[in-house]
Design a binder for this molecule. Structure first.
Ligand code: ADP
Ligand code: MG
Length: 258
């Protein structure tokens, strides 16, 4: 795989170079459900190509934050900028983002290749171009030998890779992951952390990744956002959070076993 990263002449690297990762800027991002704010005044700047992990206990507002960035939920207040352009009013389809969920649903009657290429075809991409893009995504995810299989004949990890393939085939500039590994068994989860990072190293895509798993956050992130009750308690590189937790909550949550 190193060759793909270092050798700029391979088709995969060349295509990836053509699309730089986006910058993301959140200012005062707030979402109210009922009479409470589930996300409150969130400020965050994500650099191009950065891998930022939102971590915190269940119900702290991680998914709501991601859904607002994706355009699946409108903020009550605050701004979302992608590459300096305010995207608040834009729908999900207009934003150059792709999201991978925990509960990905593959089409059981379609092959792996058809599952990966479906979104492109639906957006009007031609057959030959789709085939080329699917082959490239499959190569990056080491799914090339499985392209003719149906999801029922795949392992959990392979199915999750197909779900990622559906997202990367669009070459988004911003990748959003919502607990993509939560449904996998412990051994596979650890393996897939490395896989997601390997993928990130091959692509220029900026990544915002959500998990409730402290170890996942600490091992994967360039920077971690520790969330509690809709607010960012601390934002910083993993070592800084370990060495200097900003609050009792951060120390307790990040120090707790998985
Ligand atoms: P997390 O992903 O960190 O577990 P969520 O963002 O899913 O948290 O949810 C944050 C809070 O907002 C929770 O209390 C949840 O019940 C509430 N919530 C999420 N979506 C909705 C909704 N559509 N309507 C009302 N409340 C919601
Ligand atoms: Mg969630």
């Amino acid at each position: 795989m190193e060759g793909l990263i270092l050798d700029g002449s391979t088709p995969t690297a060349a295509a990836a170079d053509a699309r730089a990762g986006a910058t993301l800027r959140l200012r005062g991002l707030t979402k109210q459900f009922g009479d409470g704010n589930v996300v409150e005044a969130l400020d965050l700047d994500v650099a191009a190509r950065e891998f930022v992990v939102l971590v915190g206990p269940s119900g702290c507002g991680k998914s709501t934050t991601l859904r607002m960035v994706a355009g699946l939920e409108q903020p009550t207040a605050g701004d979302i900028e992608v590459d300096g352009i305010r995207v608040n009013g834009m729908g999900a389809a207009e934003r150059d983002v792709a999201m991978v969920f925990q509960d990905y649903a593959l089409y059981p009657h379609m092959t792996v290749a058809q599952n990966i290429g479906f979104g492109l075809r639906r957006r009007g991409t031609g057959r030959a171009e789709t085939r080329r893009a699917v082959a490239e995504a499959a190569q990056m995810l080491e799914l090339t030998d499985l392209l003719d299989r149906r999801p029922g004949a795949l392992s959990g990890g392979q199915r999750q890779r197909v779900a990622m393939g559906r997202a990367i085939v669009r070459r988004p500039r911003l990748f959003l992951f919502d607990e993509p590994l939560s449904n996998l068994d412990a051994r596979l989860r650890v393996f897939m952390r490395t896989e997601v990072k390997r993928l990130h190293a091959m692509m220029p895509t900026t990544t915002l990744y959500v998990t409730h798993d402290q170890t996942e956050a600490m091992t994967m992130a360039d920077r971690v956002v520790v969330m509690n009750g809709g607010r960012a308690e601390q934002i910083g590189p993993p070592m800084e959070i370990y060495d200097n937790p900003a609050s009792r909550f951060v120390a307790g949550f990040m120090g707790a076993p998985e």
